[in-house]
Design a protein around this ligand. Structure first.
Ligand code: NAP
Length: 335
């Protein structure tokens, strides 16, 4: 019998700036036999996320840094091929941090079993019905606490998280203004997703455009980007505004220390709040979010798109789509 081989991307160097091919090493090794309590997952889709860049740095974040030589960490969905763990059986679909590889052996810690629903494409469990949906739902509703009639500004608005946030904002009854990096993305936000306005930050002065599109000021900001964009938002916040700090993608590739926001004093003047959050803190409340998101999807109130790149060997280049803005929706690799 031919030995089953695993193909993997290992972290070979600490990236400086965006990922380069030389930051990764492509390795192949036989899949070892399972020990008692373990299961073998054949990965099908790999989730590429902005946080991958932070995990590759030397400094620990909310998870330990990936060690040089280790398989690159990444969320994935796969099917159980063999199991010596009573909680999982062959044929189960699972999701978890299974890594940039074709096969993963795990003891099941942190692994979730996916529902058996043929109507839902597997990739949705890495997006709307996965960590992305959960981030948008609780990051907006729990942290941002938007109310009907308020103005919500979403940055990174055409991305996986941002596009859901804006649509949930519309469901709540907000005026929703999105900021994104191309005219095509801005058109998608206003014409397909129902945003009230969209600003192309690469073409317009963001502060001036926000003044035009937010005549009543900004009550809630769902912040994915940081930098100049966050500063422009801060300049226009209302008394009691809430800033839900989800991500700071404009600085994930910075090789130098990044200056902090200049307009932080506006938090004092406007008695406003900025609060960071991690989606992992909401895992135990996933049921509520998934029920609501599923209902809105059925009702046609929520749309999403998935950007599928073919082939595990493409992962190191594909991940940079998140940083040059060429991803069209949730970025995944079909393994
Ligand atoms: P995404 O938005 O689908 O993709 C990233 C997008 O960011 C790109 O398409 C690009 O769109 C934009 N971008 C990249 N570099 C930029 C820059 N320098 N300035 C402005 N925009 C830039 O990715 P996602 O997975 O949905 O993640 C969005 C944000 O949520 C990230 O900050 C991520 O770290 C954060 N996040 C946080 C949590 C949490 O638990 N707190 C969980 C998931 C994600 P443009 O074409 O518009 O530039």
């Amino acid at each position: 019998m031919t030995e089953r081989m695993n193909r993997q991307w290992r972290l070979a160097a600490r990236p400086i700036g965006t990922f380069k091919d030389s930051d990764f090493q492509w390795t192949q090794e036989p899949v070892p036999a399972l020990k008692e309590g373990e299961l073998l997952v054949h990965n099908q889709y790999l989730s590429l996320d902005p946080t991958n860049r932070g995990w590759a740095n030397e400094v620990d974040t909310y998870l330990p840094a990936v060690k040089l030589g280790d398989v690159m960490r990444g969320g994935a969905i796969g099917v159980v091929e063999e199991s010596r763990n009573p909680s999982f059986k062959a044929g189960d679909h699972v999701s978890g941090l299974l890594g940039w590889q074709e096969y993963a052996i795990t003891d099941g810690t942190g692994l979730g079993k996916l529902p058996d629903n043929p109507a839902i494409p597997l990739t949705a469990y890495l997006g709307l019905f996965g960590h992305i949906g959960l981030t948008a739902y609780y990051g907006l509703l729990d942290v941002g606490q938007p109310k009907a009639g308020e103005t919500l500004v979403v940055t990174g608005a055409a991305g996986a998280v941002g596009s859901l946030v804006g649509q949930i904002g519309k469901i709540v009854g907000c005026r929703v203004v999105g900021i994104a990096g191309s005219d095509e993305k801005c058109r998608w936000l206003t014409e397909d997703l129902g945003f009230d306005a969209a600003i192309n930050y690469k073409r317009e002065n963001v502060l001036e455009a926000l003044k035009r599109e937010c005549p009543n000021g900004i009550d809630v900001n769902f912040e994915n980007v940081g930098g100049v964009i966050l500063d422009s938002v801060l300049a226009l916040i209302n008394v009691g505004a809430r800033i839900s700090l989800c991500g700071l993608i404009s600085q994930y590739n910075a090789a130098e220390r990044v200056p902090g926001p200049y307009n932080l004093a506006m938090l004092i003047v406007r008695r406003a709040r900025i609060q960071g959050f991690l989606v992992s803190d909401y895992m135990n409340r996933a049921g509520e979010a998934m029920t609501a998101l599923g209902r809105w999807l059925m009702e046609g109130k929520i749309k999403y798109r998935v950007d599928v790149v073919e082939g595990l060997e493409q992962a190191p280049r594909a991940v940079n789509k998140l940083f040059d803005g060429s991803n069209q929706g949730k970025l995944v690799v079909k393994i």
